[in-house]
Design a protein around this ligand. Structure first.
Ligand code: SAH
Length: 189
């Protein structure tokens, strides 16, 4: 997010606000919004950020919004970058298409940093029974080839480039625990 040069940033599916705290500590980011569909986790995020006690200037810099990535939301337009960290695997596969349009067609930030588990890595966890997901709320977990074909396809449809980066210790055979795609909008000429 820093390398993108972004000033205004979205954390979509922000959960309890771990990334929001990091974003807040970087002066580069002048407008930070965390969005989540769950009121409950937004309350946790506000607690974790000590929101009520933040100085007025900081409160103006960061906002927590209730909303769903399934529906077009005009508030999400005009941001430089968006993070979508460990969120897509919580969406029902038939509804991914709605999410793709909400983010890449309507919100359309110049940069999108998106992560999801790499299910090939699951064999490395002895405590995780074979074929099980990492979290009971996951609707799917993708292998590297599945994620890359989804991301390449999505980027091509919406006019973005995409590159992939591993997150966590990479294993020769099964890759990293988490896979990340960085989408960048193609320059209009
Ligand atoms: N990004 C956070 C949380 C990941 S857990 C982190 O990395 O810690 C996934 C989050 O996505 C949950 O907080 C869940 O409430 C949120 N979420 C699930 N479906 C969503 C939707 N349709 N719109 C917005 N947020 C959603």
């Amino acid at each position: 997010m820093k390398a993108s040069g972004a000033q205004s940033v979205l954390d979509l599916g922000c959960g309890e606000g771990k990334l929001l705290r990091l974003l807040l500590s970087e002066r580069q980011f002048t407008k930070i919004v965390g969005l989540d569909v769950s009121h409950r986790v937004l309350e946790f995020a506000a607690d974790n950020l000590n929101y009520e006690r933040l100085p007025t200037m900081q409160k103006e810099r960061i906002k927590l919004w209730h909303g769903s990535l399934m529906y077009r939301d005009s508030r999400l337009s005009g941001f430089d970058a968006a993070a979508v960290v460990e969120v897509i695997e919580h969406l029902d596969p038939p509804r991914l298409a709605a999410f793709e349009r909400v983010l890449f067609e309507f919100a359309r930030p110049a940069t999108v940093v998106l992560t999801t588990p790499n299910c090939e890595y699951n064999v490395k966890w002895e405590s995780l029974p074979a074929g099980k997901f990492r979290h009971r709320d996951h609707r799917f977990e993708w292998a590297r080839s599945e994620f890359q074909s989804w991301a390449n396809n999505t980027a091509a449809r919406f006019g973005y480039t995409v590159r992939f980066q591993p997150v966590g210790p990479e294993d020769d055979a099964v890759g990293p625990p988490t896979q990340m795609a960085v989408f960048e909008i193609e320059e209009k000429t």
